[in-house]
Design a protein. Sequence first.
Lengths: 542, 329
Amino acid sequence: MTTTVDEEVTPDTSGTAPKPTKRQRQAAGIADAASGGIMVLLVKLLALGIVDAIALFALFILVTADQWLIAAIVAVVAVAVNWIYFSRRKLPAKYLTPGIIFLVVFQVFTLVYTGYIAFTNYGTGHNGTKEQAVSSLMASSLQRVEDSPTYPVTVVDQFGTLGLLVTDPDGDALIGTNEQPLQQVDAEFDGGKAVAVDGWTTLQFGEVLARTDEITDLAVPVSDDPNEGALRTPDGSSAYQYTSTVEYDEAAGTMTDVTTGTVYTDIGTGAFTSADGEELLPGWQITVGFDNFVRAVTDARLLQPLVYVTLWTFAFALISVGSTFFLGLFLAIVFNDMRMRGRKYYRVAMILPYAIPSFLSALIWAGMMNESFGFINQVIFGGASIPWLTDPWMAKVSVLIVNLWLGFPYMFLVCMGALQSIPDDIQEAATVDGAKPWAIFRLIKLPLLLVTVAPLLIASFAFNFNNFNVIYMLTDGGPRDANAPIPVGFTDILITMVYKVAFTGQTRDYGLASAYSIIIFIVIAVISIIAFRRTKTLEELN
Amino acid sequence: MAKKGTKEHYSWVEADRASGEIMATALDAEAERAAHPRGVRSKRPFNFARWFRATGWRHIVGIVMVVFALFPIVFVVSSSLNPQGTLTGSNALFSKIGLDSYVRILTDPQVPFPQWFGNTILIASVTAVATVFLGALAAYSFSRMRFAGRRVGLVTIVVVQMFPQMLAVVAIFLLMSAISDWFPAIGLNTHIGLIMVYLGGALGVNTFLMYGFFNTIPASIDEAAKIDGAGHARIFFTIILRLAAPILAVVALISFIFTVNEFAVASVILIDTDKQTLAVGLTKLVSNPRYADWSAFSAGAVMAALPVVALFLWLQKYIVGGLTAGAVK
């Protein structure tokens, strides 16, 4: 958002007051500055100092990690923040900047980034760059070279990254880490073995013991050419040379398994693939165009879940809104009678379901609906075994019952408020005109009520469309659909399907999950466009 | 607007209750008269059918609804007091009373319940306070200043908020894991990281509630203060924020409850068991098929729900007003 005009104007005067002249603005600025005490200034300086210190620290880390683009963004944002808060002007920006930074990073950017991921093969086995995949493949197939010399090593640490300080047979000191191949350094020697080097901390015996797992996982490449192998140390004091059973040919872009002679080629699918279609994993991340979307709608085993999940999402949201609204409205009408005693107590008891955190309610209901041990089957139905959560259709009914339980108090409160805000004289006038109670309700009260409640119904629909907790805690989307290659079940709604595809299966498929997110995104966009138009027309009715 | 709505709504309820009370005393008298039909005062005998048609059936509806609303709550309280662990053992309501399961869930070394509780309170409180602060800052500028892009800004906030953060849970996870490569202190598996993610949603519906409320505070108050020499910051901190305290409380509470309830994002960001929140921890606990201690879970659920329910009931008038503000005017 850009802010170009920065006068501080009160709403009432904005239409009529003439634009302040430059002198007036200067005067206002001086008055403003004079009114702020020294404490305010100190607090401001302190806060900006902290922000700048964090930004500088971040810049330092990012530059050392060669992340120039992100470093540049951080620098620009930091400069902008300083400029905004030291400037006499830019008043609205002073108030908007903190919120906008979070909004942009964690809401706008993540939504855009979701769109990008939907076009990649990101997921288990396709997590990083091609270089990372190559080195990981090489590292995972390392074998000790039979007659390799023994290298005396010292384990060293720099900011938590472990490295090996190696003394080679010629007596030179070399240092390297998992990512950084060995390079020569000047080191302190003790009895022909390099023991310390500037900038690195030498690990003591106790620390070596404590970090054994990390140390035995270290594989320091001998040189930039991954085919030359790596040094590994089983004990933290001597290392041996290991080479990989696969050979990487960078020019041809192929991996060759030297034990079997199979050649794996990069055929553009994000993994080295042999002639008969066998993939070497891990692969790497590539953009795959519309593949995820095409896969979602052309693969019959994926299309079927997508169709029933989408239909159920709409059905679930619509029925939930409808059932909670009608029950809430009915109760509001019932309890909106002044002659009735004890309405306050009924009211408190009935809003309790709304006050309890919904994840807890759903978990409790899941326990009560347990087929063999649950309260509902054992006590209420006297030992029946109704498959509340395990039959595809019963599970849907159960989800709706539980969501009705969770949602009716809200609608009850809303309808109660709306009914009471309808003036009594309307009803009196209608009665005088001879209208029957039902006609008064249907023709007068209900339309008036709907005008006020319609935006909340739409909001409620949008909420239930993504009502993750009820589905996930109650049925976990189950019963599981055994035919689908992704973890999806018959009560899953779109948002739980996204979550499960991305995080709970045997393999994580971020690309496909993001593609599903985009589908939800589009649905919500369409609904909100319709909703915004519709509510406007509804308001004009009033 | 919101304040007005709340007040009006409230006064309606008040008036209603008062007249309800009058009617109630009248009914009492009527019942008494029914008991002494030959009394001099008796004009109209108590007619059950008439009473039932007027209000009696409403009580039946009320009782049915109260049973429906309360039986899961009664069940969980009962099973939390049951010293036995199993789900089956919890079916006989209030057959045994004891606090054993509370002790079990609080002391089980495998289940860091007290830590989950602390994490949840910490994360939800910080998020609530920061949300209120960021939202109030933005609402103040939208309400009191006119600048290019103001309308666009307001519309953007509404539109962006139609898309819940949960939709981008994959991207949030990948973003946070990228951040942890360089800044492990604010990346995955940290509370600060999770709070930052939640603050991405700070400008939104909440800002709108506050914006509406700020608009109802007369601008003449600002002007008077300005004439007395107060700067914009002083007006904001010492005048607007004080006058808007009720709506700030509502927004803080809504944000608090939302954060306590949030599972999807919290579950992918908080990895270590002892860093997790109640929602993540308790859900993973009962979904583990080897965990059979239903009473201990119930005890945990009761303890987890209590602060939220207490806050909710305490501030319910304001919450209901806040939730329906903008719609019920």
